[in-house]
Ligand binder design. Structure first.
Ligand code: IPE
Ligand code: IPE
Ligand code: MG
Length: 241
């Protein structure tokens, strides 16, 4: 399939509604996460096929540790098996990156993450960014600490701390800002996802769908909505002037 010209550069997705999907079916929440992981794999492949350049998915937030231990364990176990499948991405020309604080994970998970990134680093198709133990505020605080260290060491002057330099200290350095942010499940909030990077994103909240039911057609629906928006970035659109 030829890369499409009408796509946003960077799509962010808050994959929400796994628990409610399971509850509706009388299943344990972990079955919802499993179905959610399957939906995610299909969406990632589809995004790559249509020529999307960047897709960031919210997998696990810094706040999700508040959930019962068995739920957290089941999410981490899904993550482990998914990381093992990731070598297929190299063949599909998908590049994988992780954002978030990975230092809290055991050495096995961290090694799998590093391997997935290394194996796929030369891929030129979709860059698939997984936000794991990610929080927007934690990311900004982390960047501020790094900047403070650089200034203290004399490697950076305070005047050089501009919006651009600040962005270089975020986990998403080198990745363009989010153009389109999608959240299914009927929650209308960011839940600490990509706070800095969504400053001028278009938000598409899809209340009629829970994440495990999210299909390529649902993504297309969000992309259509995105195309109908007029982005002005504080200026005027062609028809205003
Ligand atoms: C999103 O689904 C997955 C994670 C947060 C890990 P939820 O588990 O939040 O599903 P709901 O919101 O309870 O339905
Ligand atoms: C956001 O969903 C985190 C992920 C999808 C990974 P939550 O379900 O955790 O968000 P809240 O608690 O409803 O804000
Ligand atoms: Mg939720």
């Amino acid at each position: 399939m030829a890369a499409r010209q009408d796509l946003p550069a960077h799509v962010g997705i808050i994959m929400d509604g796994n628990g409610r999907w399971a509850k509706k079916r009388g299943l344990p929440r972990k079955m919802g996460h499993r179905a959610g992981a399957d939906a995610f794999k299909k969406i990632a492949r589809y995004a790559n096929r249509i020529g999307l350049k960047y897709l960031t998915a919210y997998v696990f937030s810094t706040e999700n540790w508040k959930r019962p231990k068995d739920e957290v364990d089941s999410i981490l176990s899904l993550l482990r098996s998914y990381l093992d499948e990731m070598e297929n991405y190299r063949r599909e020309n998908i590049r994988v990156r992780f954002i978030g604080d990975r230092s809290v994970f055991d050495a096995g998970i961290q090694a799998k993450m590093a391997r997935a990134e290394e194996q796929s680093k030369d891929a030129t198709g979709l860059t698939l960014i997984l936000a794991i133990n990610y929080g927007g505020r934690a990311e900004i605080a982390h960047a501020a600490r790094q900047i403070a260290r650089a200034v203290q060491a004399g490697r950076l002057s305070p005047e050089a701390v501009t919006e651009e330099t600040f962005g270089d200290y975020l986990y998403t350095a080198g990745i363009p800002d989010v153009d389109l942010l999608i959240r299914p499940s009927g929650e209308y909030r960011l839940s600490n996802f990509l706070l800095w990077q969504t400053a001028y994103a278009e938000y598409v909240f899809m209340s009629g769908v829970l994440w495990p039911d999210f299909k390529p057609e649902t993504l297309e629906e969000a992309l259509r909505e995105y195309r109908s928006r007029s982005r002005r970035f504080g200026g005027l659109s062609a028809s205003d002037s």
